[in-house]
Design a protein around this ligand. Structure first.
Ligand SMILES: [Zn+2]
Ligand SMILES: [Zn+2]
Length: 174
């Protein structure tokens, strides 16, 4: 099912079997099925494959970026804290609770920054490929341009992980 990338926000929109998927500029809709009102999103790391999904257990990067992250970087890139192994024991003391809260807030911050990374890299990718003036682009075309012009997932997630850990502005090269 073909979706369209809205380049201002970097999210997909269009009709899906589960309902209308809206990008993040549009008012949210409630779906009849699934936890999240999206069929998928663009992998913010490599832009060349789908990520996310309607389940709370979905992962916010593509499968290759997730496997690479799991093996090397251990960033909380799954949507749910449990899937990121951020857990609190029933008899936890105040130090564990504080650590847990810090990990949850860190997870939300990282997940927010994924959107920033995706927007900047989308903009650069399209400028590089000669599509500066467009506002929308079919998802398959973004995947294709990313495979042609961007590093493969293993390298893309390395750059993303470094930025998520170090913060600051996104470096000009990729
Ligand atoms: Zn949008
Ligand atoms: Zn990816």
């Amino acid at each position: 099912m073909e979706l369209t990338v809205h380049l201002a926000c970097g999210y997909l929109h269009g009709q899906t079997d589960l309902g209308e998927q809206r990008c993040h500029c549009q008012p949210r809709l409630k779906w009849q099925r699934g936890d999240i009102a999206e069929l998928r999103q663009l992998c913010p790391s490599c832009l060349s494959a789908p990520a996310g999904g309607p389940s709370r257990w979905s992962v916010l990067v593509c499968r290759r970026c997730w496997l690479e992250n799991r093996a090397k970087y251990h960033l909380p890139l799954a949507r749910h804290s449990i899937a990121n192994a951020i857990l609190l024991e029933a008899n936890a003391g105040s130090a564990e609770v504080a650590k847990f809260q810090e990990a949850i807030l860190g997870m939300f911050d990282i997940q927010r920054r994924l959107g920033e990374w995706r927007r900047v890299h989308l903009e650069r990718l399209l400028a590089h490929a000669g599509f500066e003036a467009v506002a929308e682009m079919p998802e398959y075309l973004v995947h294709l341009l990313a495979r042609l012009h961007l590093p493969p997932p293993e390298e893309a997630v390395l750059a993303l992980a470094a930025w998520l850990r170090e913060g600051g502005p996104i470096a000009a090269d990729w």
